[in-house]
Design a protein around this ligand. Sequence first.
Ligand code: ADP
Length: 395
Amino acid sequence: MKILVINAGSSSVKFTLYESEGEHMLAKGLIERINSANTSLKYANHRGEKLEKDISANSYEAAISAACLALVDKSMGVINNLFEIEGIGHRVVHGGPDVYGSAIITTEIKQTIMDCFALAPLHNPPNYEGIEACAHLFANVPMVAVFDTAFHQTMPPAAYTYALPTEIAAKNQIRRYGFHGTSHHYVALAAAQTLGRALDEVRLITAHLGNGCSITAVNKGRVEDTSMGMTPLEGLVMGTRCGDIDPAIVLMLRNAGYSLSDVDKILNKSSGLLGLAGIGSNDMRDILQAIAAGNNAAQMALDVFVHRLVKYVGAYAAIMNGFDALVFTAGIGENVPVLRARVCEKLAFMGVKLDRALNKSNALRISQEGTAPAVLVVPTNEELMIVRETARLLE
Ligand code: ADP
């Protein structure tokens, strides 16, 4: 079954076309700066042919139309016509408190997605626009929503409840939801497979370390806890987000004269690696380069990042009575041996033993043979997880 995956962001659309049988990626692309003077399309097919050009697209529908033109293009395309597409899977960030899994898109599901606009104001509205655009362009093709929050819905109440007055929390839908669920689910499944065991037999700690960072305790297939909370601001140190801070800092900043929008910007856009390293970049490659050049602030940024990460691993080991594998994924998790080495050094007391050479080469299993817990590096693939979920629901 040919399945189109759509990830519609605030001004961009990522698209991927898969043949679900055998899980072959046929083509993928990105349309950026929709509704601006310089909208661009990047596209690559499985034959390695690439295309990059300026296009005009003043709506999500126009952007997805441009994607479709690339997919059916005579020379660069991978399908003869759009009727070959039998299902569309949409990444949706927030499903709210009642969505426990992926769902075929119906009027009710669309309403659920809209009901979560306030919970994910930057993500759910464009996700919804992507769905509406596809509904117009592909009139009779069934569509599936795959929610970032769904995997975390198995979290127990003790983990998702903030210690706030119950009434105030309920009235304002305040609880922890967790994000990156599709990625954590994908790498957890892959990790269990690597260990040669079923997901419901193993205790995993999955660390998704990209621009956004989150870590999840996956206890026998169920999420025991995850670091992102009501919003993706909580938890680990990230590229530009602060992660955990004393909430009173917000009050203090307000007292010091910062407006609500200033504080929002400080915590979400100017903090994390960017704010700590002070080199004008939140890119881990730049931070590592600055460290190599002797920059102390960049070193501190990495130190704080590692410290927080180790703290979470320890906490999650405690709530699961130990763990069978620690899994690193996403841009930083997959590509920074020095960071993994520093985390694992701290975990030596729990039996973690890294193989230096395997770690350096970003191998799948980087712990020494025969040691436990295992340490794995699993490249994430959220698109493939969406394909699997779409195929499962449509078949
Ligand atoms: P996103 O959350 O936007 O999907 P990614 O998973 O692509 O982010 O991760 C982005 C982060 O990964 C950046 O900090 C980037 O520097 C880092 N990264 C990607 N590749 C490498 C690499 N080869 N070496 C070091 N860091 C890398």
